[in-house]
Design a protein around this ligand. Structure first.
Ligand code: HEM
Length: 209
């Protein structure tokens, strides 16, 4: 019988470095971005110094954030494909919320909630890159009409708010599943953790090799 305390790799070093760099760079991007929304939000630009610096730095930090996120999404793509375990889990989502573990069907490396968030991140990356470039003064914005830039600004801002909501859910899920953040910090989880939260992960990973 295998030892339940035995540790297995869930996140490689490169992915963890990528993830926590995204968190740092993303914090600066979000604070500077939200500081443009209302004059009363201007204090958020203090993270880079002044509102003028925030205007200059926001697109560069944003570019690094989406580039790293795109790399991470590509690396995690195979674990986020829909599979046969997802529909039964979704049908039992009430039991997931009520934490009635004995009624929850097994899932693989990621559960459908995580897979949906993953897809939302893909949409945000594409939307931020496209609209962000169109709005970028003084480099690219002059190439587009004022109306096009206005639409790009609207979509860019709406995506900022929607992504913030998605991230609140992401962090809430990470805090809710004990051992999940430790996994993203140190890379390893115990076999017992995997059996409890992602039972089919052990089989999926074995199949991948
Ligand atoms: C303090 C903030 C954050 C915390 C505590 C956190 C925590 C975590 C944890 C624990 C995991 C691993 C989940 C698991 O093993 O099942 C994870 C995965 C991930 N995180 Fe975060 N995260 C944070 C912010 C972010 C941000 C800002 C982004 C991107 C904008 C992000 C994108 C991702 C992605 C793409 C994955 C892989 C999930 C998948 O493939 O479905 N995270 N995060």
């Amino acid at each position: 019988m295998s030892n339940n305390k035995e540790l297995i790799v869930r996140h490689k070093l490169i992915d963890r470095l990528c993830h926590w760099t995204i968190v740092f760079v993303g914090l600066v991007t979000f604070l500077t971005g939200f500081s443009f929304f209302f004059p009363s939000f201007q204090w958020m630009s203090g993270i880079v110094g002044t509102p003028q610096l925030a205007k200059i730095m926001h697109p560069f930090f944003g570019l690094v954030m989406v580039a790293l996120l795109a790399v991470m999404l590509m690396r995690y793509y195979s674990h986020n494909k829909w599979n046969k375990y997802d529909l039964p889990w979704m049908k039992a989502v009430v039991w997931v919320l009520l934490q009635k573990e004995e009624n929850i069907p097994p899932v693989g490396h990621y559960n459908p909630g995580q897979k949906m968030l993953f897809r939302s991140f893909v949409i945000f990356v594409i939307a931020f890159i496209v609209t962000g470039i169109m709005m970028w003064q003084p480099y690219f914005a002059p190439m587009f009409s004022a109306e096009t830039v206005n639409w790009a600004t609207l979509i860019h801002s709406a995506c900022g708010i929607l992504m913030l909501i998605a991230l609140v859910v992401h962090v809430w899920m990470a805090c809710w599943i004990e051992g999940s953040i430790t996994g993203m910090l140190y890379g390893k989880v115990s076999k017992a953790w995997a059996r409890k939260h992602h039972p089919m992960m052990l089989e999926e990973d074995h199949k991948d090799k």
